[in-house]
Ligand binder design. Structure first.
Ligand code: ATP
Ligand code: MG
Length: 233
């Protein structure tokens, strides 16, 4: 459904992605893991055609890009409009029935905040609103850049449930995270990004078994440290 082959990306002569190849199967939750600055957001931006790569090829298997949902760190919400108005604006652009906006707000636990201007929402609420906006048009492929960063554990679990429900309804979900527990619990397959390359790929449990880091639960964190020497916060 999504693939990258030998992608190279440089910013002002600095190579950020030196040779990235991986693929994501249709209908799975795929997690791209890596420390801060590894190039996770850059990969999403390349796949979502917000940035171009210097070398290599990549595909997202959709008829057109309106079938893609995108949630980035920079939420791009209109601060002076209310939560509902922000969603209605997008619903208008995508030709989605406005009834869907209330449903989307509810699904991210923001029904109560619908009439609040975005400027008055907390960071976590803005993040959830950006997620609601990303799914409002029922995308076939959904890119989520650190969907649960800054969220309390309860809210994060709510987002996980939503991601599972989206996967179960046929959406392919591509997410990035620093959180190994999240990766183990949520993702069907993960790729570990280090120094511009993918250093491991597979189901979290299989990766941990390969590296002998399977005690009572798969310990993806130790695998990552073993492979890269980097401790993710
Ligand atoms: N527009 C840009 N211009 C110059 N350098 C950039 C640009 N965007 C990203 N970079 C650099 O590319 C590298 C990868 O950045 P990226 O944002 O993709 O990392 P990340 O893995 O998403 O990190 P984080 O976990 O902190 O979000 C960093 O060194 C960053 O400074
Ligand atoms: Mg990032």
């Amino acid at each position: 459904m999504i693939s990258m082959t030998n992608v190279v990306k440089r910013f002002n002569g600095n190579t950020v992605l030196s040779d990235v190849s991986f693929s994501v199967k249709s209908g799975e939750i795929f997690g791209l893991l890596g420390p801060s600055g590894a190039g996770k957001t850059t990969i999403i931006n390349i796949l979502a055609k917000q940035l171009t790569a210097e070398e290599g090829s990549h595909t997202v298997d959709v008829e057109d890009f309106t079938q893609v949902g995108l949630m980035l760190e920079e939420d791009g919400l209109y601060a002076r409009l209310t939560a509902l108005q922000n969603l209605n604006l997008f619903a208008g652009i995508y030709g989605v029935d406005k009834a869907k906006t209330e449903e989307a707000l509810k699904s991210v636990g923001l029904a109560e905040e619908s009439k609040k201007p975005v400027a008055k929402l907390s960071k976590g609420m803005r993040q959830r609103l950006a997620l609601a906006r990303a799914i409002i048009h029922s995308p076939k492929v959904l890119f989520l850049d650190e969907p649960t960063a800054n969220l309390d554990p309860n809210t994060a679990r709510g987002i996980h449930k939503l991601v599972f429900a989206l996967r179960d309804s046929g959406t392919t979900v591509f997410l990035t995270t620093h959180n190994m527990e999240e990766a183990v619990n949520l993702c069907d397959n993960v790729a570990l990004l280090h120094k511009g390359e993918i250093v491991e790929y597979g189901a979290p449990g299989d990766i941990c078994q390969r590296h002998d880091s399977f005690k009572t639960v798969p310990d993806l964190e130790s695998v990552f440290v073993k492979l890269t020497g980097v401790v993710l916060e």
